[in-house]
Design a protein around this ligand. Structure first.
Ligand code: AMP
Length: 391
């Protein structure tokens, strides 16, 4: 249950509303690349405009060093947003300070002003109270719609909410509803599919989900550490020796709940044009490395997915950047798309994979937050959400 106030619960008419959005999008040659995150904020922005609020938008973009860097400017984003909304969008060269304050003062209901990258100030990532107070001084209400940044307590995500009435936007609400419901009360059978490069990034997720999921299907580079923990050589495969003990612990949970690939695609080098062959899971020959799950594994995993009522997926099954080693990832994506289950894809590379496969429309919820969705799956609460007003 999402128990925080949202923009539905607060009077917006003529109010100056500071909206923390997640406009951390790729910029190339001064133009926005994939604009999924900007589009995801539109329902909130359109609602605020419709309710005659004065919109002041802030976000970070990339990792500037706490000082201005034109490479990370949000100006192209403001221009892109203006096209998406078909209306003028103003831009302030700083997110705080005198010029910004005077630009805000000139705004009328329905107007939109995008503020420059919050990370151009070192106070942002330090959650500096003075910076938070200056941001808060621009507005009457704070709306957090930046799910992708909600796991970080920064000045514009958490700090500012100490100084203003703070509520959630629609994207935040939707993300927490989906990911939160899965964590608290998944419809069963509940199947989690976990892949990606490393086990160490996902130990908390496996631990938390092993208490909730009926089956956890493992793939990607992280499977290699499990294979090694089972005692056989993995050749040149990516492996994390420091996570072997943890993998052994997880293996004790048992194979009915934690499943490993039954076959793998191995390659003679880490390259798109590598020579490859399929083999059943077992000792990997010297000089070879596992770069994908095999077709038998895709079939076995698809059978499990077919029976599920809830599916959550995080992390590719192989090196999907190389077409020959993307087959396992796309096979699993297809199985999720075919299933009747409530399906959730949590952030990062699995989102890229589902978009590349053209199956995104068949997924119940595609999260906009990588790190934030992982923290939800770990069962943690997000500081940018905790601080919002309770219903
Ligand atoms: P993550 O950010 O942890 O979700 O990891 C995603 C990355 O894992 C992708 O860039 C994949 O190329 C990589 N990956 C998946 N499977 C393997 C594998 N078997 N060996 C090496 N890297 C892999």
């Amino acid at each position: 249950m999402f128990d925080k106030k949202t923009i539905r619960d607060i009077d917006l008419q003529g109010k100056r509303v500071l909206v923390r959005v997640d406009f951390n999008v790729p910029i190339k040659n001064g133009l926005v690349g994939d604009d999924t995150r900007i589009r995801a904020a539109l329902p909130t922005l359109e609602y605020l405009i419709g309710h005659q609020a004065i919109l002041i938008l802030c976000s970070h973009l990339g990792r500037p060093d706490g000082s201005p860097d034109v490479k990370y400017s949000l100006k192209p984003v403001a221009e892109h947003l203006s096209q998406l909304l078909s209306k003028p969008v103003g831009f302030a060269d700083d997110c705080i300070g005198a010029i910004t304050t005077s630009k805000v003062a000139a705004l009328k209901p329905g107007d939109i002003l995008v503020l420059e990258n919050t990370r151009f100030h070192a106070g942002e990532t330090k959650n500096d109270a003075d910076m938070a107070r200056q941001l808060a001084a621009l507005a009457d209400i704070f709306v957090n719609d930046a799910f992708g940044s909600a796991h970080r307590a920064h000045a514009s995500t958490e700090g500012v909410a100490h100084f203003l009435p703070a509520v959630a936007g629609f994207l935040m609400e939707k993300e927490i509803q989906y990911l939160g419901d899965v964590i608290s009360a998944p419809e069963k059978p509940f199947v989690a599919i976990l892949g990606g490069a490393k086990v160490s990034d996902k130990i908390g997720v496996i631990r938390n989900l092993s208490a909730k999921a009926d089956v956890i299907l493992i793939g990607g580079g992280m499977a290699n550490t499990f294979f090694k923990a089972e005692g056989y050589p993995v050749g040149e495969s990516l492996v994390e020796d420091e996570a072997l003990d943890q993998a052994r612990e997880f293996l004790k949970i048992g194979k009915t709940q934690i499943r490993l690939p039954v076959d793998v695609k191995i390659a003679d080098k880490f390259a798109e044009d590598a020579a490859w062959k399929l083999m059943p899971t077992g000792p990997i020959p010297n000089g070879w490395m596992i770069l994908d799950i095999g077709p038998e594994t895709v079939i076995a995993y698809a059978k499990v997915i077919k029976k599920a009522k809830t599916v959550i997926w995080n992390g590719p099954m192989g090196v999907f950047e190389f077409p020959e080693f993307a087959k396992g990832t796309f096979g699993v994506a297809q199985a999720i798309a075919n299933s009747q289950a409530t399906s959730i894809i949590g952030g990062g590379d699995s989102v890229a994979a589902i978009q590349q496969s053209g199956l995104a429309g068949k997924i119940s919820h595609i999260s906009t937050g990588g790190g934030a969705s992982l923290e939800m799956l770990e069962g943690l609460s997000l500081p940018g959400v905790t601080i919002l007003l309770d219903k």
